[in-house]
Design a protein around this ligand. Structure first.
Ligand SMILES: *Cc1c(COP(=O)(O)O)cnc(C)c1O
Length: 387
């Protein structure tokens, strides 16, 4: 028996090395990795600049605690502020922590302006905001909350697309609407730009806050730095994680000046959050998420999605829909996707599931056309095997 608790359904496969878009096993087998640690390794495996940044920092200083100034973190915060809607940042270590902090910031904002009754958060049913106690109840998923009662209060849910219900849920005690700009785990469901725009208007009308969870779709994955930029709106609070660390655990909450003022000294903290080692890596990631990289994301996305749609026409009984934006791509099948994913893996292409029979395809942002062609060939081969 393994010494690990059985909470993961792991594949019997492990790796000793990674290079760019590829993972290599102990016996030298090479897999095309289009999972990239679930959209985490935004720059692929063993990125030279990230290796150099972590090596350099590791010899100087790892951790000091937030009792002291951390120049590396101030630098990264400045870069994030310069590039986005945000005026202030709080660093965390993971996505769930970032979404929880986003909830805390929203509630504390209303508390600070004398409206502490405004504390409820409206979320999409079966969305994903992480696995901590509050985050699972924010997601409103029966599967994730089962056996983890009592229910954490303070969250109201509407079904994806049910705008009537959403409007009905906004009450005097509502603090914020929190949604993923693109539902990742939920099946790569892109919220249309006009809906994001309407959400912003709705929040303005009711003077509540808009929290856009960009933990999975942010940091260039959508082809823009943030996916909500397509809708040309400014959210109030944005939790990020995954891609910003390039493989090192980093989370953060971006916020406007208005709400940041509520986070007075002592209101929130994290022992590890924003330590010099993490921040050195974060800075090196940010420096590489530039115009050229986003150009590559858009170019590769267009090509990949186009070719996948051709395949959908060729295999109309297997592929139901090609979804996504940028390099957050979902291949929705008519049937359960488990066997398909397994066959892709046998052919040395790694992908991962999402809800609604979707196969999630998450290449690194610097993926090449040649690598996408390898993936397309394997997907086509598996379609032929399965039909
Ligand atoms: C992955 C994810 C989270 C949780 O991140 P962890 O680092 O696993 O805690 C939260 N929100 C979204 C949208 C995610 O995709």
């Amino acid at each position: 028996m393994s010494a690990l608790a059985p909470n993961y359904k792991r594949k019997n496969l492990s790796f000793i090395r990674g290079k760019g878009s590829f993972l290599i096993t102990a016996d030298g087998n090479k897999y095309l990795d289009f999972v990239q640690g679930i959209a985490v390794n935004s720059l692929g495996h063993a990125n030279k600049k990230l290796i150099s940044a972590i090596n350099k920092q590791s010899k100087k200083l790892w951790h000091v605690s937030n009792a002291f100034r951390i120049p590396e973190g101030e630098k990264l915060a400045k870069k994030l502020v310069k590039k986005t809607f945000a005026d202030a940042i709080i660093f965390q270590n993971s996505g769930a922590e970032a979404t929880e902090t986003a909830i805390k910031v929203a509630r504390r904002y209303f508390y600070s302006i004398g409206k502490k009754h405004k504390n409820r958060i409206i979320c999409i049913k079966n969305s994903f905001h992480g696995r901590t106690i509050a985050a699972i109840h924010a997601s409103g998923s029966k599967k994730m909350t089962e056996g983890f009662g009592p229910k954490v209060p303070g969250f109201d849910h509407f079904e994806f697309g049910d705008h009537k219900k959403l409007k009905k849920l906004i009450k005097k005690n509502t603090a914020a609407i929190m949604i993923e700009t693109v539902l990742g785990e939920g099946g790569i469901k892109v919220i249309p730009d006009f809906c994001i725009k309407e959400l912003r208007k709705l929040c303005d009308k009711h003077k509540i806050l808009l929290i856009l969870d960009e933990v999975q779709c942010g940091i260039g994955r959508s082809g823009k730095f943030f996916a909500f930029e397509y809708a040309n709106v400014k959210p109030d609070i944005v939790p990020i994680a995954k891609g910003i660390g390039g493989g090192f655990p980093i989370g953060a909450v971006l916020m406007t000046k208005k709400v940041s003022k509520a986070m007075k000294p002592g209101t929130h903290g994290s022992t590890f959050g924003g330590n010099p080692l993490a921040m050195a890596v974060g800075n090196a990631v940010m420096d590489q998420i530039n115009k050229n990289l986003l150009k590559n994301v858009n170019k590769m996305s267009k090509y990949f999605i186009h070719r996948l749609n051709e395949m959908k026409i060729k295999y109309p009984n297997i592929i139901k829909e090609v979804r996504g934006v940028g390099l957050l791509i979902g291949l929705q099948l008519f049937n359960d996707q488990t066997k398909f994913i397994k066959k892709l893996m046998e052919n040395k292409l790694l992908t991962i599931r999402a809800a609604e029979n979707v196969i999630r395809i998450l290449p690194p942002l610097n993926v090449t056309k040649r690598e996408i062609d390898i993936a397309l060939k394997i997907i086509s081969k598996v379609c032929n095997q399965i039909k």
